[in-house]
Design a protein around this ligand. Sequence first.
Ligand SMILES: [Cu+2]
Length: 519
Amino acid sequence: MINRRQFLQISGAGAAGLLAGGLPSLVNIESARAASNPEGKFIPDLDIALKATPAEVPILPGNPTGVWQYQGHVIKGNRASLIQLERTYLGPIIRTHTGQKVRIRFTNDIADKTIVHWHGLHVPADMDGHPRLVIPSSETYVYEFEVRNRAGTYWYHPHPHGMTGPQVYGGLAGLFLVSDDEEKAAGLPAGEYDIPLVIQDRAFDNRNQLIYLSGHRMEQMTGFLGDWILVNGHPDFILPVATRAYRLRLLNGSNSRIYKLAWQDGSPLTVIGTDGGLLETPAQRGYVMLGPAERIELWVDFGRYPVGSETALVSLPFEGGMLGGGRMGRGMMGSGAALPNGAGFPIFKVRVNRQEEASLELPKRLSTIKRYRAKDAVNAGHPKRFNLVMSHMSWTINGRMFRMEQVDNDEKVHMNSLEIWEFINEGGGMGMMGGMNMPHPMHLHGKQFQVLERQGVLHDGYVDEGWKDTVLLMPGERIRILVRFGDYPGLFLYHCHNLEHEDMGMMRNYLIEGSAASV
Ligand SMILES: [Cu+2]
């Protein structure tokens, strides 16, 4: 569990002063590797050392589990900016404030090449963790960027091509939380009432060691599924709460599992935030579909339960999760689905264990979101179309696979231009895999975007009204998004965040062309 005292400290004092002198500056694009820029134009407010390293942690009773883990410490700045979760493989929670300048000295202490991607953050291209930037074992990559995102629940994870799935699965992931003045003014539950919850699935052998892909191509086509549901790295997670309001920040940190989130007792979910921070106003949903890499923030008032009672957040059964089957381990090729995508199960229990009087009320207004208008898009009449299709036994985008530096003409955009992109998941692959239907959570690097429209909807548990960096497309769905290609030129990724799909090449570059001077 989190060190709650630390969590409390951070949410209170401190970050306001960091805004001083925080005017956006484009010179930082130059400072990709600070080591080679010793005169240092970049003066960080927060300077962190972070490493990826092998470790052993207790997960199941008995033997500890061998994992990879992000470990870090603060070199300069508020020590409470890093919150080390206890007894978990998850990396430290990094807490920052909009406008803060952050340096992260990342050292690779695992045997494989790796690099860190700051999922959801708007950073220069060479700070974004593109796979071309991987570093070998024992090398260090220095990140320097200003936090320009609004308050929200972002996260970080590896991004080496072909190895993202196993590295995230092996334990490499952590939350990156941003706060700002607008969020503070909203008056949300803070400190120990602001709870991060990372939901992941894992499979273990009889010595408590992680099992990953068995080598079957089909397993990679569907994505890897574990039969243990972990929350913050723990099975059978229980959240002790008081009779008052909480803010829950949920991240689906799973490789390919989708959750249909609901309260066990049928109460509606009160959604206050998505990938890119707070909604304008709270939204009620009977359930919420949460695809890999997506985040959702909930307001929940446990004051409606008596002390001593329990409830649970569950994943409801749903259709369309996959073509049948699940994990094909344990010698039951094809049918050994211990827990298929779309199965129902509890995620974590909530135990109301103490009375607390608190008068916090759900705010009517949470934040301001300036809506993009479709007619302002440079391609308003002809959106870029991306078909999510199977080709030559691989998942692809428009039939194209990832090539490290390759960008086609239709993948070039102009800096600061607003575009409409359309993702189409018609379902039904080609060739031998004909008829294969799979959900695809599509992610754009470096940008928060807005959902313009969604068609062919199979599930109504989407929260499309907030800022997003990842959108789930169930089979048969198509989504149009509005995205502004902000102020950093260069090469960024868009890809499916089913990590097995991504590793097999369901990923492409897009290139933002233009100079930093244009507006
Ligand atoms: Cu996919």
